[in-house]
Design a protein around this ligand. Sequence first.
Ligand SMILES: NC(=O)c1ccc[n+]([C@@H]2O[C@H](COP(=O)([O-])OP(=O)(O)OC[C@H]3O[C@@H](n4cnc5c(N)ncnc54)[C@H](OP(=O)(O)O)[C@@H]3O)[C@@H](O)[C@H]2O)c1
Length: 275
Amino acid sequence: MVKMKMQRLDKKQETKYALITGATGGLGKAFVRALAKRGYALLLTGRSADKLQALATETMEKYAVEVRYYPADLSNEGDRYAMMEKIADENFRISLLANVAGADVQKGLEAYTQEKIAFQCRVNFEAAVCMCKFAIEHRAERLEIVNITSVSGIYPMPYFAIYSALKGALTSFSVSLREEMKGKNVSVTAILPGAMPTREDIKEQIQGQGLWGKLAVKTPDEVAEYSLKAVRKNKRKKIVGFWNKVMRVSTAWLPTGWRLKFIAKRWSKISKDAF
Ligand SMILES: NC(=O)c1ccc[n+]([C@@H]2O[C@H](COP(=O)([O-])OP(=O)(O)OC[C@H]3O[C@@H](n4cnc5c(N)ncnc54)[C@H](OP(=O)(O)O)[C@@H]3O)[C@@H](O)[C@H]2O)c1
């Protein structure tokens, strides 16, 4: 009996476990594919048990890897702790954490409810930080953390203000954490994607951007592959795609007032919600 338990523990220690938040979304599924192809055993989270179950079944059939799933609303502390407790009870040692979950509410502050402000802050920042802490405490000999932020976090964005501030905060946090973890076998990389055609509303938005949309867009699979290579090299932060880098450099010299006016004009025409 003891021998069997020890064998199971040895097997767990050999297996590389990757924990993915937002696994059921467009980019999350791309991480699932990329990591399954690399032979990782997967620990998946998202809110919907049905979606997670379907994804787990499909992934196990296609890639023959171990997949576990933990439904949890990351904006809810209780859900989060329960999910962490289940993973900790199983004694999984985490080799890679991909913080992918995000909620992109887009509107002016006046149009928000208090509840939605809290929801967005918790999913986009608080949960990602708590997941980093959890993964560090339950890490394998070596741990890689990929935090998905956004190019939106580079500049203040009127009418997308909360999202861009939170993505900027997550980038800043990741860069600091990377420094704190130096010499401890933990890599932390912030990935700043531009547009990715994941949901229908985002696809329409990209189409509406004409030539820029075509140039700047990257598929979720490209972003996931790029992220895994970047964290393997322990990069600090990476903007995804040549044209997004060009945009960053070419707009940096613009007076702040002009930039804000341009962004406000553009984003005030779009309103979208997430719960
Ligand atoms: N798509 C883009 O153009 C783009 C650009 C830059 C950055 N990003 C960032 O990339 C990440 C993935 O984006 P995506 O386009 O793949 O989004 P998506 O398809 O909408 O997926 C979002 C994921 O987050 C999960 N999620 C949302 N709220 C949650 C909550 N309260 N608790 C637990 N999970 C929650 C969703 O799970 P359930 O709904 O199943 O619960 C889903 O798996 C996000 O962080 C986003 O901000 C996206």
